[in-house]
Structure formats: C-alpha cells, structure tokens
Design a protein. Structure first.
Length: 151
C-alpha cells in the first residue's frame, strides 16, 4: 500500500521552473525600457496581467511562430525571450518594472526639484472656454398640439 501511495503522490506533479538569473533581470529591464520609450507600457501591462497564467503556452507558441518572428528579430533573441517567459517570476518582474516609475524620470524630477524649478504644467491655467452647448429653443418652435408624452 505504501508503494502505491508513493507512486501516485507525484504522478501529476509539475516540475519547478528555473529561477531568474542576472541576465534575465537585465532582459526584463531592457524590455520595460523599450516598451516605455514606445509608450506601450500600459497595453503591455494589460497583456501581461491577463495572460500570466498562460505563460507556458505563450512560450510554446513562440516556438511555432519563430520562423515568422525571425523576420523582425534574430532567432537567438527569440529563444532568449522564450526561455525568459518560461521561468518562474519572470512576468511578475516585468510587470513590476512596468508598473513602477521609470528611473530616468525619477532622477530628472529630483534634479529639477533641487534646482527650485517648478513644472510648467502647474503654472499654466486652463484655456478651455466655458460655453453653453445646449441648443437654443424658441417658444414658437414648440408645437402646442404635441403635448403627449412618448414612452
């Protein structure tokens, strides 16, 4: 009886994914930086958060699409990114990097605050004119015979 329970104990266990290395962290930082430069950080966050449980399937899909993706990226980089998303914690790290403030903006904000400069957006007043957008209705344009309410 004991041998059967040991046999079935790990019969359906999934192997653990390898941990992230320093090269993987550098790749995640590069991807986050490139997405931010292209102003695609929010769409990328939505895709990462919604497809995070399917990371293994996405990695297998990249194998299938590698010939097509090779038109845009070197095959070595495709393989590197595929191996990256297969690792445990990779998408969480990428999500955290995209969610936080970019490092370039933190240093530039600190420098401008130390210099005593204020942002031009805070000093600018709103230039939107307030107008009444409702159409003018004259008493003669209302038909007095049509006073029934429509459902």
């Amino acid at each position: 009886m004991n041998s059967w329970s040991q046999f079935f104990c790990n019969a359906f266990a999934m192997p653990r994914k390898p941990p992230l290395a320093d090269a993987d962290r550098e790749l995640a930082q590069w991807v986050a930086r490139e997405l931010r430069q292209r102003k695609l950080d929010m769409p990328a966050m939505m895709v990462i958060e919604s497809c995070q449980p399917l990371a293994g399937v996405a990695a297998q899909l990249m194998i299938f699409l590698e010939p097509s993706l090779a038109l845009f990226l070197p095959p070595r980089e495709i393989t590197r990114f595929r191996e990256f998303i297969e690792k445990e914690g990779a998408l969480e790290l990428l999500s955290q990097l995209l969610d936080g403030p970019p490092k370039e903006n933190i240093t530039s904000t600190a420098n401008s605050t130390q210099a005593g400069n204020s942002s031009p957006a805070g000093d600018e007043t709103s230039r939107i004119a307030t107008t009444d957008s409702s159409p003018a209705v004259s008493p003669s344009s209302i038909d007095s015979s049509d006073t029934t309410e429509k459902p």
